[in-house]
Write a protein that binds this ligand. Structure first.
Ligand SMILES: [Zn+2]
Length: 198
């Protein structure tokens, strides 16, 4: 069992690491998925990914683990953190991976200049070089330098539910009932509520 835990954490760490570096690694992805299936997802238990940012790392998780919003097994917590928790239904286990490697720190203040629109051609070249070096390091660095990985106890994530629809009394469009609001005695969608509230 201990071995399984180590393998599972290695595999999932690699999954996050690979996509963080935005690499084309279809062969490795295939191997990862195979290993995850064997080691982590026993009894075909479904994995639920709880992600705490909406960066390109999530594309990798969707692609590699098949966790998507549509299937209800991808949950987004808007914390702006590189934290990924994988919960295995059936096994009632959750693996929390924190990517502690700070890529933007390595790139320096170029991001700030980029946002301000003051990046010169020379800056851009340097930024690209630094980023390339940082990614190279990211790909080669030992796990301990990049990730904090731990098993955690979490509540079982709620399964996807179907909610009834209501029609907005302001715009006439339908919306999910639990997202509705009332204003001036009318039941309205959230979007209209934000326009009408004063
Ligand atoms: Zn509306």
């Amino acid at each position: 069992m201990e071995n399984n835990i180590i393998i599972a954490s290695d595999v999932l760490s690699d999954a996050v690491r690979l996509e963080s570096a935005n690499k084309e690694t279809s062969k490795i992805i295939y191997e990862l998925v195979t290993e995850i299936s064997e080691q982590f997802l026993k009894n075909n238990a479904m994995v639920v990914a709880i992600v705490e940012n909406n960066s390109c790392s999530i594309d990798g998780i969707q692609q590699m683990l098949g966790c998507t919003f549509g299937k209800g097994n991808l949950k987004f917590k808007d914390n702006g953190k590189h934290v990924y928790t994988f919960y295995s239904r059936g096994n009632d286990k959750a693996l929390r991976i924190y990517l502690k490697y700070n890529l933007s720190e390595k790139v320096g203040n170029f991001n700030k200049k980029f946002n301000e629109g003051t990046l010169t051609a020379e800056d851009e070249k340097q930024m690209f070089e630094r980023r390339k070096e940082a990614i190279k390091h990211l790909m080669e660095a030992p796990e301990e330098e990049l990730f904090d990985v731990q098993w955690v106890e979490i509540e079982e994530p709620k399964k996807a539910r179907l909610y009834p629809s209501l029609t907005c009394e302001n715009c006439g469009e339908t919306f999910m009932e639990i997202k509705g609001r009332t204003i001036d005695g009318k039941i309205v969608c959230k979007e209209c509520f934000q326009k009408l509230v004063h």
